[in-house]
Ligand binder design. Structure first.
Ligand code: NDP
Length: 338
């Protein structure tokens, strides 16, 4: 991580690939820990919100310039001096743990989960549908929509081809809702339609307001993007609608907050806004998630799409792609073939 970006991160400038550091795989001291080779690393939109001036108070500590980016990942244990880990184990670093964006590293005090992977999923699935984005969709849908769903309810999901949105759309469909879903290209819309949603549209070609006017009013709104989509959702919300505010990616690359023009609707339509961070919901829903979702994924009952990017050197471009809608599915850096 080379410098704090203004606006969109610039591959090769904000994030640079550095081959100068080496490690002796045979003799590097482990000090009671493990040596791992990283297999896959996750690219998530929130990484941009950690590329801020560290003096600005934020929901998560800012990355330090000059140090590697960090995020969730899966790694293979190569050597171990720790009683709980043996060579060949695959470990998952997910909140509160993370892996630096590098190929090999020693972890002196490993506390990560060993993935048993009984369902024989790809390792990257543990960063997407069976990882943090899947947890986000599952946990927050259960928490904020679950108890309130009534027959005939309608939900609007944005960024619906993405890691979180595609899972929300499927969970909502399984709960019997009418699902309206938006995405930013015709290919993405076709994919979202293949997930079984009722109405899918390309918000870059079709007016969100017109779609919601025709297909709404909406009882639930899953917000991944903020901005104009949020405004349209406010305008066509049913009385006592529930808004699940997961993200606002349309404003992640600017420090100017988007000025939502019709927040007044919160009052007139008695709308509940639920902003959340998935970390807060993990203790309540993780057991249920791991007991059900990997199996449903393995049986093909929950579908997912991945955007696999080979090579650590492409991290900067992969992040820019997620922040500008050029990913199609859960974005993952493939560091090594396990
Ligand atoms: P996605 O896989 O959905 O990728 C991001 C997508 O956002 C892009 O593909 C693009 O889709 C859309 N997008 C990008 N820029 C814009 C823009 N300017 N306006 C509208 N849409 C845009 O990412 P995730 O599923 O990982 O994340 C989705 C959201 O969920 C993000 O806002 C993220 O921050 C949030 N999140 C929140 C968590 C929490 O704890 N609250 C945890 C995890 C994620 P398209 O081409 O369809 O526009």
């Amino acid at each position: 991580y080379n410098e704090i970006p203004t606006g969109y991160p610039v591959p090769g400038k904000t994030l640079v690939y550095d081959e100068s550091q080496t490690i002796d795989l045979e003799n590097e001291p482990l000090n009671g820990g493990i040596l791992v080779r990283v297999v896959v690393l996750s690219i998530d939109p929130y990484l941009r919100r950690k590329m801020l001036d560290p003096s600005i108070p934020s929901f998560l500590p800012a990355f330090k310039v000059g140090e590697p980016l960090e995020n969730s990942g899966v790694a293979t244990v190569l050597r171990s001096e720790h009683p709980n880990y043996k060579p060949g184990d695959h470990v998952l670093a997910s909140f509160p743990f993370s892996l630096p964006f590098q190929e090999y590293l020693v972890i002196p005090d490993p506390q990560m989960r060993i993935l048993e992977n009984k369902e024989n999923l790809s390792w990257s699935a543990y960063l997407g549908v069976c990882g943090m984005p899947g947890q986000t969709a599952h946990h927050a849908w259960k928490e904020y929509a679950g108890p309130k769903i009534k027959k005939g309810d309608v939900v609007f999901v944005t960024a619906a081809s993405g890691a979180v949105g595609a899972i929300v759309a499927q969970l909502a469909k399984a709960d019997g809702l009418k699902v309206i879903a938006s995405a930013g290209s015709d290919d993405k819309v076709d994919y979202v339609r293949s997930l079984g949603v009722d109405v899918a549209f390309n918000y870059k070609k079709v007016s969100t307001r017109e779609v919601l006017q025709k297909e709404g009013p909406i009882n639930f709104y899953w917000d991944n993007v903020g901005g104009e989509s949020l405004e349209a959702a406010l305008e066509f919300a049913a009385q006592k609608a529930v808004f699940i505010i997961c993200g606002m990616i349309s404003s992640y690359n600017t420090d100017e907050p988007y000025n939502v023009k019709n927040l007044q609707q919160l009052v007139w339509r008695e709308i509940t806004f639920n902003g959340f961070l998935v970390a807060s919901l993990l203790p309540k829903y993780d057991d249920e998630f791991y007991a059900t979702i990997p199996g449903r994924v393995a049986r093909g009952e929950v579908k997912y799409k991945e955007h696999l990017v080979k090579g650590l050197e492409n991290t900067g471009q992969a992040l820019l792609d997620v922040l500008s809608g050029n990913n199609f599915g859960k974005s993952v850096i493939v560091v090594s073939e396990e």
